[in-house]
Structure formats: structure tokens, C-alpha cells
Design a protein around this ligand. Structure first.
Ligand code: GDP
Length: 296
């Protein structure tokens, strides 16, 4: 089930129960079951759904006092639990500082939307007055540097890369060094995302991380990949300990649930969502706003 349908289904389950004259145990159980099924069908991890269901049930049943508006209580409880699902309170997002060098390293599998998102974020910060540069540290995929160069040129963002240097760690350090010398405030490092030999990819992420010492590492995750999002995120978390997630392709037919589970599995907040192929299709992510929109 795609995200938009998930919202509609949860909404109609809540309306159904709140429309009834008496909200009894059977009605509440029906609501909990419908919400759980909808979340599972959208690929949210089953354990997370069971936990949400338990908490929701406890909140709804706790308020048995007469005079308490049960319907309002149910609406609020559902909203709060959904916010909790996408909200990572443990880690605070890094905020780049002006007049300082802020190195932001991107990680993620090929096709997730890394290079596109690097450019989107570069434009986002450039518009906010930062001096931004991009470094292509993907020496594995032929054409990676050309793609970044093309994106950067279109967006008028200075870039660094090499057609001859095969060592991604060297290109990353050289690029960051060059931009640091030139007093760039935000240096975005794009990395490889090849599918083959994953252990090598993760080792490469560790080495680049050690070389450029990023202030923030962001994992780019395709929202449409379903359950696989969780294991993929765990593996990247171990190698690159990213501090933020950007979910891409939220405009498409993303089920989204797998990606939401990745937030919980890695205790890492979502910073932005990608909502299209265009350079401006990047929205900062706030759990309450996201859930409000989801529920329409
Ligand atoms: P990379 O291999 O991770 O660097 O991925 P790319 O940046 O090359 O993107 C792969 C494809 O996904 C391209 O066709 C992008 O235009 C597309 N893409 C990236 N982000 C989004 C998004 O938020 N929405 C949509 N619809 N497409 C996206």
C-alpha cells in the first residue's frame, strides 16, 4: 500500500470509530486492528506496529473518566503515536554553521538518489547564504563525475573531481582540502554506491570518513525499497555512523513503511525528503507536519 493510501485508511478507521454513538471495546479493537494492518501492508516493521498498537491501546483505555471526550482522545492518540513512529528523539540533527567549514558526507546505494540529492542540498544551503562546494568521491562508476559535474554546473555550484585518480579517499581529501583553503562553508562529499562487493563499499566509506572527518554524514534511502531498507540502513550505520537520513522518491508510489522502520532501527532522524527529480524537490522533514499531511 502506498503512503497516501495508508493515510486515507487510517483516517477512515478513526472517523469510523469516532462517528459511532458509543465507542466500546469492540470498536476500539477494530480500530487498532485496522491501523495495524494498514501499517504492515505499507511495509512498516511488524515489531514496531505491535508496539504502537500496545501503546495506543493503553492510552485509549487509560482515560475511562466520565467527561473525557473519547473521540478527541482517540484522534490525538493516533496522531501522537504516528509522530512517534517517524520521530527520532535520541539524535539531534546537525546544523551547519556560517563562517566555518561544515563537511557533509553522503552515503547510500547506487540508484538511491545520492548525486541528485547532493545537488538539491547544495542548492538548499546556497540559497540560505552558505558558500557551497561539491566533491565527487565516486571513482568506481564510470560517468559518476560527469553526472555530478552536470548537476553542479546546472545549479551553479562549484565542484571537484578527477578523471584520472582512482583512489576515492585521495579525491575526497583533495577536494575537501581545496574547498577548505578557499573558505567554503559547506563541502558536500558524494561517494560511491556500487552494488557489487558490499563489504568493500563499507570499508571505503570508513576510509573516506576517516580522511575527511565529516561534521555530518547523511544516508540517502530510496523510500520505495520496502523491507530491505532496514538491513541496508543497519549496514551503513555500522560503517559510516550516519547522523541523518534523507528519504528520496517520496513523490512516487513509495510504500514508505520500510524507510520509516529504518529510522527506528538506526535511531537516526530523517532530515529531508525528496519529492521529485527537480533540483527544488527537497523538503525539510518535521514529524508532526509529515503526519498531518499523511492524514490529510
Ligand atoms: P545515485 O546512484 O544514488 O547517485 O542516484 P541518482 O542521483 O543518479 O538518482 C537515481 C534516479 O533517481 C535518477 O533518475 C533521479 O532523477 C531519481 N531521483 C532521485 N531523487 C528522486 C526523488 O526524490 N523523486 C523522484 N521521483 N526521483 C528521484
Amino acid at each position: 500500500m502506498v503512503l497516501a493510501d495508508l493515510g486515507k485508511r487510517i483516517n477512515s478507521a478513526v472517523s469510523e470509530v469516532t462517528k459511532a454513538n458509543v465507542v466500546d471495546q469492540t470498536a476500539v479493537d477494530g480500530l487498532l486492528k485496522e491501523i495495524s494492518n494498514a501499517l504492515i501492508e505499507a511495509d512498516v516493521n511488524v515489531k514496531l506496529v505491535l508496539n504502537l498498537r500496545k501503546k495506543l491501546k493503553a492510552t485509549i483505555e487509560k482515560e475511562e473518566k466520565p467527561g473525557v471526550n473519547k473521540k478527541k482522545l482517540i484522534q490525538k492518540a493516533v496522531f501522537d503515536e504516528l509522530c512517534d513512529l517517524v520521530d527520532c528523539k535520541e539524535t539531534e540533527l546537525y546544523k551547519p554553521k556560517k563562517k566555518k567549514t561544515n563537511v557533509i558526507m553522503f552515503v547510500g546505494l547506487q540508484g538511491a538518489g545520492k548525486t541528485t540529492t547532493c545537488t538539491k542540498l547544495a542548492v538548499y544551503y546556497q540559497r540560505r547564504g552558505f558558500k557551497v562546494g561539491m566533491v565527487c568521491a565516486d571513482t568506481f562508476r564510470a560517468g559518476a563525475f560527469d553526472q555530478l559535474k552536470q548537476n553542479a554546473t546546472k545549479a551553479k555550484i562549484p565542484y571537484y573531481g578527477s578523471y584520472t585518480e582512482a583512489d576515492p579517499v585521495k579525491v575526497a581529501s583533495d577536494g575537501v582540502e581545496k574547498f577548505k583553503k578557499e573558505k567554503f562553508e559547506i563541502i558536500i562529499v558524494d561517494t560511491s554506491g556500487r552494488h557489487r562487493q558490499e563489504s568493500e563499499l563499507f570499508a571505503e566509506m570508513i576510509q573516506i570518513g576517516e580522511a575527511v572527518q565529516p561534521n555530518q554524514t547523511i544516508m540517502v534511502l530510496d523510500a520505495s525499497i520496502g523491507q530491505a531498507a532496514e538491513s541496508q540502513s543497519r549496514a551503513f550505520k555500522e560503517s559510516s555512523n550516519f547522523g541523518a537520513i534523507i528519504l528520496t522518491k517520496m513523490d512516487g508510489h513509495a510504500k514508505g513503511g520500510g524507510a520509516i522502520s529504518a529510522v527506528a532501527a538506526t535511531h537516526t532522524p530523517i532530515a529531508f525528503i525528496g519529492t521529485g527529480e527537480h533540483i527544488n524537490d527537497l523538503e525539510s522533514f518535521t514529524p508532526r507536519q509529515f503526519v498531518s499531511k499523511l492524514l490529510g
